[in-house]
Each structure stands twice: as structure tokens, then as C-alpha cells.
Design a protein around this ligand. Sequence first.
Ligand code: ZN
Length: 372
Amino acid sequence: MRRLTAKPGEVHRVTDQIYRITLHQPFYAPNQVYLIRDKTTMLIDSGYVESIAPLALALKSLGLAMRDIDVIVYTHPHIDHITGGLLWSQYSRRTERWGHYDMARAIPDYPEFIDIWQADTARILTLAYKDKQARTSRIRRANDRWARFVHRFAEGLDSSGASVRHSSRAEALHGHASSGASVRHSKIGDRAVILDRLLKEGDEFSTGKLHFRILETPGHCTWHITPVETTVGFAFTGDVLIGNIPAIYDKLDGNLELFQQTLTKLLDLRKASPHMRFMPAHGDEIQHPERAIKIVQKTIGILENGLLKKLVEGRKDLVDLMESAFGAHLEGGNHFITALELLEALLRKLMREGRVGSQVYADGHEEFYLKH
Ligand SMILES: [Zn+2]
């Protein structure tokens, strides 16, 4: 194993038994990984593959080696939460990994899952832009971003200590998937999402003094769970509440109706346990959970009404709707694709409700209109 020379993630002690480890990553706000120090030592999420060294060093500063981690629980399988865990078996074969019961079946090959995300960026830009040149240049720019991203994933897989033998990085990423059994101890980490325990709504387990119950919280991601610590009162809400605007990829693994149900479920959780603290996977502890949830609910309502109002003017495409919802300044920014995806999620919901229709042209461009 190569020496880990990275800077350790910042450790913040939440309670005697709960620690937050902040890991910087290239795509979004830093990841928060939570460490549970109990009879069972548990991590909630594992960070991005590239931050495995900062995570290991943070653990080391607390006197823990990677093999001391008994369990990693994944809130959901997005790249910045799970890919550290995919590499974990290189360092500790004894660590169990737990997650949503359907996640492993749904993602048999993680690099392919990333390819699907990349393809979806091209898909949404194609439907959004009527002008071919505008479309092509934006897809090219997005692909460049993805190429850097995939490169980092590959780099992470070999520079964090695992050596990639007999294969180039490109092959390591795009070669054929082997069967689950042989993948398990592959030199480049696990291509497949491998789970030692399948979790579903209502499952309970104890780590010693602390007790956990699993809530299924889909919407941001179909396979999103919220581990709830019921003794002291902590909800590890993953990516459900990350700022005022939710990230929902309707054509991938997100769903707006399910997301709204999840928000209600979290409000109910606070009603039942008013002192429950909400710990997200990005950003600081959520100080006022009810308020945070209500702002998100309100934002969704405002965006939906805005879309309907704009469609009264006549047929619009996603770019028109985007400009009227967020202003043209978002164009090209980091959150541009996420904002397009959110508007699409809202439109698909309105289409499922029969309020909006759409026409897809032969070149993939799509226009939306009000029904009736
Ligand atoms: Zn996520």
C-alpha cells in the first residue's frame, strides 16, 4: 500500500459517540461522513473514492484503522457517498457494507452506472436546445467535465493505494464486468455494489449503546435511506435536505412525488421526536429542520406555479422555462444541469398528472404545452 500523504478530513465531535468527518471533493460541497463509536464501529457513508486517504487519516487521528470499521452504511449510491466504500475491501476485508435492499441488484457495475449519468447529460441538453450548434457545444463541454470526473474516479481507484495491474486505467474503468465473486477482491476495488446486509423500512439494529431504525427516504435517489438513531435522537438524512433546491434526476434515479412524500415523512419524524437532530451528508447540521423542509416544499410549489404560468404564453422548451425560472445567469454554471433536471422532474410530474403535454421532435428537441 502506498503511504497516505493526503491531508486528513476535519473531525468534529458531535457527541461522545458520534463524530463528523468532513471530506473535500471536486464535484459539490464537501461530504460529511459520520463515525459511530460504539461496541460496533460504524461509518455512515464513505465519501468519494479520492477522499479515502483523508478519511483513513481522520480515522487514524482518532486511533482507528480502516479495518477497525465494522460496518459502513450507505445512505445512497451516488458517487460522492459510495465510491470510497467500493475501494474499502482493498484495505479491510472484514468491514461489512450495508445499504438499501435493492441497490446492489440495481447497480451491478459502478463504472457503467457513471456512464449512464454521463449519457443523461447529453439527453437532457438534446431535449432542451433547439439550436443544433448550441446543443453540440454544450454537450461537448459537459462531456469534457465528465471525462475529467471519470478520470478522477480511475485515478482514485489506483492512486489511493490499489495498484491497477495488467490493465490500463481506461480498461479498468470500461473493461467487462466480472461476476460478483471475482469482483469482490479485484485490485481496483469493487466494480459492483456489494452489500453484506440489505436494509429496508423499519429495520432495526444496535451498535451497543445506540439503536438505529431505517427509514426509506426515496426521491433524491430511489435507493436512499435515512438511518435514524433513536436513543439520543439523530437522523442521518443523506442528500434529502441539501440547501433550498432539491436535486432530482427524473430519468435516472429520482422522483418528485416520492421526494415530496419523503419530506412529509421527515416532518412526521420531527413531530414524533421533536428533539431529533438532522445530520445531512453535505453542509452543517440542519438547525431548524421544520423550517428547512418547509422552504424546500415552498420552493417546489413556486417553481411548479412558475412553469404553469409560463406555459400559458404557449409552447416552451426547457431552455425557455429555465430562463424564466432561474434567469439566464445559471447558464454554463455548475448547477446548470441540476437545475435543468429539476425542471424536467417538475414537468414530468405535471405530465403524469395530465396537466402538461409535450412534443418530441425527430432531432430530440422537446416542447411542453398546457393541456386543455
Ligand atoms: Zn446524492
